[in-house]
Design a protein around this ligand. Structure first.
Ligand code: ADP
Ligand SMILES: O=C(O)C[C@@H](O)[C@H](O)C(=O)COP(=O)(O)O
Length: 325
């Protein structure tokens, strides 16, 4: 089965949410307390996806708010340089800061992220800064769940979703749960459910769907039974190295196997997976093939040091799939 997109759109994908900085431990396989050097990359899940899809040759754009400082300027310059349209990346004028994510790589399997996200510019995106003229030029609006964590970014995203639906732009909801940013899991559950029920495609890990449903140890069957009563036509549930499942409203289930690789760190898997999965869907590939693209892209990124800069090309993804078939 394939997902249909409007063909007459200038942009393939416009992402909305945070564009931040990742500071990845240069000396890894040790606790962060013993790490003295960090390498700077652009980060933030939706920014990583905009970059990942641009590297795959899609026309991508971004709606977000950047700090008026060196980090904000670096992010805009880097994303523009990769080919992401930055015309709707607004510069904050109220002194808010760029979000920072320090990554700890204790071992390839034990990674964690220490986030500095107080008063971050991205959560100050205002609804008045979301343009219908921009959104309606795209096939997809990619919404990051973290952008729903606080007002006014929350209302900006809700407005963007309304405008996307009005203009037949497919809404892809990446749950992207970052607990640190939210007041409570109850609150997350309310806003995740609100947007998931309006989205066309919902993507997340099993744990993230549990947060959305406000349950412990939920199951995929219950998740899809509930979501398919509403707008979603496709739900993708990721289970880490055990792979992923795609469920369609018409009743099909597809399984994507992870491609085992020499892992350097585990973060970046989700964003690289989403980039290549969406690339394949937009390119008209079957869902089963799109799962392979997502898994191969993730396998490449977990074997490298960064999330954004490590995003692969189509050739690298196709080569890995061919080698493993
Ligand atoms: N250690 C790993 N080795 C290879 N592929 C992986 C690994 N971890 C995750 N992946 C791939 O990345 C996808 C997304 O990973 P997951 O950990 O579920 O998401 P997230 O990074 O959003 O938490 C998985 O479905 C799998 O294909
Ligand atoms: O999303 C962030 O703010 C941090 C990311 O930039 C970081 O690279 C990361 O954690 C990506 O993780 P993923 O969800 O496993 O792709």
């Amino acid at each position: 089965m394939r997902v249909e997109f409007k063909s007459d759109r200038e942009f393939d994908i416009i992402a909305i949410g945070r564009a931040c900085i990742d500071l990845n431990a240069v000396e890894y396989n040790r606790p962060m307390e013993e790490t003295m050097t960090f390498k700077k990359y652009v980060g933030g899940s939706p920014a990583n996806i905009a970059i990942g899809t641009a590297k795959l040759g899609l026309k991508s754009g971004f709606i977000g708010k950047l700090a008026d400082d060196q980090h904000g300027r670096f992010i805009k310059q880097y994303m523009g340089g990769i080919g992401v349209d930055t015309s709707n990346m607004i510069t904050d004028k109220e002194g808010h800061k760029t979000g920072l994510a320090f990554t700890e790589i204790l071992s390839p399997e034990e990674c964690s992220i220490l986030m500095y996200r107080d008063e971050v510019a991205d959560l100050y995106l205002d609804p008045s800064e979301v343009s219908e003229d921009y959104i309606k030029r795209s096939k997809i609006l990619l919404v990051s769940g973290t952008a729903l964590a606080k007002s006014p970014s929350r209302e900006a995203v809700l407005k963007a979703v309304q405008l996307a639906k009005k203009n037949d732009v497919k809404v892809i909801f990446e749950l992207d749960y970052r607990g640190y940013t939210w007041a409570s899991k109850e609150e997350t559950s309310v806003y995740y459910t609100l947007v998931a029920e309006q989205a066309d495609v919902v993507v997340g890990t099993r744990d993230e769907f549990d947060v959305m449903e406000n349950v412990e140890e939920g199951n995929n069957e219950a998740t899809i039974a509930s979501l398919f009563k509403h707008s979603p036509e496709l739900v993708v549930i990721k289970h880490g190295v055990e792979g992923s499942y795609a469920y369609t409203k018409s009743g099909e289930t597809f399984r994507g196997q992870a491609y085992l690789t020499k892992v350097l760190k585990t973060f970046g898997a989700g964003d690289s997976y989403a980039s290549a999965f969406l690339y394949a869907l937009i390119s008209g590939k079957e869902i089963e093939t799109a799962l392979k693209y997502g898994s191969a892209s993730a396998a490449i990124v977990v074997s490298k040091h960064s999330s954004s800069e490590a995003m692969p090309t189509v050739e690298e993804i196709e080569q890995l799939i061919a080698e493993r078939s």
